[in-house]
Design a protein around this ligand. Structure first.
Ligand SMILES: *Cc1c(COP(=O)(O)O)cnc(C)c1O
Length: 428
């Protein structure tokens, strides 16, 4: 089976290389834990979407929350992407890299008044509105500031994306979006509100989706609605089908992005909606397989089947605060030795130093290891560094991007002074 991230990630002899660079050498040069991303892999992922969308009016909006580092945002901005944001903080990040706000859509179920004001002030392209009360507030905020908010309603199509419950968002019991049966009425209300300009419709049914059918089901539901909405005289200029396309962690075989897009376009055309602009909001599928997390083996703790447990623990210097997916979703992520050894392999639980039993990166992994070895956690470009925290007062990792095969530090490792920067000693 090929490595997730191939062909950019490959083993050459004993050495695991990303974009031709030795991961062992990068870990020793920059220290661990260390995130390493291949810019070429990101550009390749964008090109798959853009190639299939080339003949269509479209905006490919990278979902910032997957990996919001400035170097990553710059990479996508230069390759012609727009952006999907879910907070004012993400808005400031895209502005910091010089993105035109007219290429930014603002999603999220809990936008605050201050976030709306800022997004209106800079002129984002569209608000993806997720509830009736949000519609009312956005109209008021817009009117108060003398502006018009362009809106699309995020409709919950009630389709099962067949993914993990925590990352499935298109079922009727999820907190996301406006229920399908309330959508038409909500559009009537949106069209009547003075501060709003209805421009589109959107959905986002979940994440790590590995089949095309749920997308087509959601699209069908959305197009029915569009027809009903336009019959009432409310024009819908764009369709936004969200993100969610999966990547390879273990043996998943998600459809390639161009195959997904081609099938979506075919269905859109067949139903007579080919004149509409198409927006997509991929996150994971643009960055997930482009990155790895490098970590050093600190201690090997062998089990003792006679007197206790037979479990072997490999304690590494990366932890749940660096990479939360295993603790949060019981996610399985590939773990590879950066340099293969000849010695006998054993089965290890790869765990971090944080004081939580949930702090593991991988369970029951067969690896030949010695203290001081470097390991790579694969498919760690998305929802990895972006979810990192300072739990246990651990400094957050550094990030390196391989640009044309050369390492560029895009985020320094945090220092202890950063940990305490906003705090004050009691003065009494
Ligand atoms: C998270 C999110 C995305 C991106 O999802 P991926 O699974 O990373 O592609 C797109 N749109 C919205 C509204 C999101 O919340």
């Amino acid at each position: 089976m090929s490595l997730p991230g191939a062909p950019f990630l490959a083993r050459q002899g004993r050495e695991l290389r990303l974009d031709g660079c030795s991961l062992d050498a990068l870990a020793r040069e920059f220290g661990t834990p260390l995130y390493v991303y291949s810019q070429r892999a990101m550009l390749d992922a964008v090109a798959a979407y853009q190639g299939a969308l080339a003949q269509r009016r479209h905006l490919l909006c990278y979902a910032v929350k997957a990996n919001p580092s400035l170097g990553v945002l710059q990479t996508f901005a230069r390759s012609g992407c727009g952006f999907d944001i879910v907070s004012a903080g993400e808005l400031e990040r895209v502005l910091a890299v010089g993105v035109d706000p007219a290429r930014v859509v603002f999603s999220g179920v809990g936008k605050t008044r201050a976030e709306m004001q800022r997004a209106l002030q800079v002129g984002v392209r569209c608000f993806n509105v997720e509830s009736r009360p949000e519609l009312e507030l956005l109209s008021r905020v817009a009117t108060d500031s003398g502006r018009l908010a362009r809106v699309s309603l995020r409709v919950n199509p009630d389709v099962d994306a067949g993914t993990h419950p925590y990352i499935s968002t298109g079922l009727k019991d999820n907190k996301f979006g406006i229920a399908h049966h309330q959508a038409l009425d909500s559009y009537r209300r949106a069209a009547a509100l003075p501060g709003l300009d209805v421009v589109g419709i959107d959905c986002h049914i979940g994440s790590q989706i590995t089949q095309i059918e749920p997308y087509l089901d959601a699209l069908d539901r959305l197009l029915e609605l569009v027809e009903a909405i336009e019959r009432e005289g409310i024009p819908i200029a764009h369709l936004d089908l969200g993100g969610g396309l999966g990547i390879q962690y273990a043996d998943e075989v998600p459809p390639p992005a161009d195959a997904l897009v081609t099938q979506l376009l075919r269905r859109i055309d067949a139903r007579g909606h080919g004149h509409r602009e198409l927006l997509l909001e991929p996150g994971r599928s643009l960055v997930g397989n482009a990155g790895v997390l490098l970590t050093e083996v600190l201690y090997l703790k062998r089990g003792d089947a006679v007197h206790g447990s037979a479990k072997n623990f490999c304690i590494v210097d990366a932890a749940m605060n660096d990479l939360m997916r295993p603790a949060l979703y019981q996610a399985w992520m590939g773990i590879e030795a950066c340099v293969l050894r000849d010695s006998k392999s054993l089965v290890w639980d790869v765990v971090g130093p944080v004081c939580e039993s949930g702090d593991w990166l991988g369970r029951e992994r067969e690896l030949a290891l010695q203290q001081g070895d470097m390991l790579a956690v694969l498919s760690a470009g998305a929802y990895a560094m972006s979810m990192a925290s300072n739990y246990n007062s651990r400094t957050r990792a550094a990030e390196v991007m391989l640009v044309n095969g050369r390492p560029v530090l895009i985020r320094e490792r945090e220092q202890f002074k950063d940990l305490m920067m906003r705090e004050q000693l009691l003065s009494c």
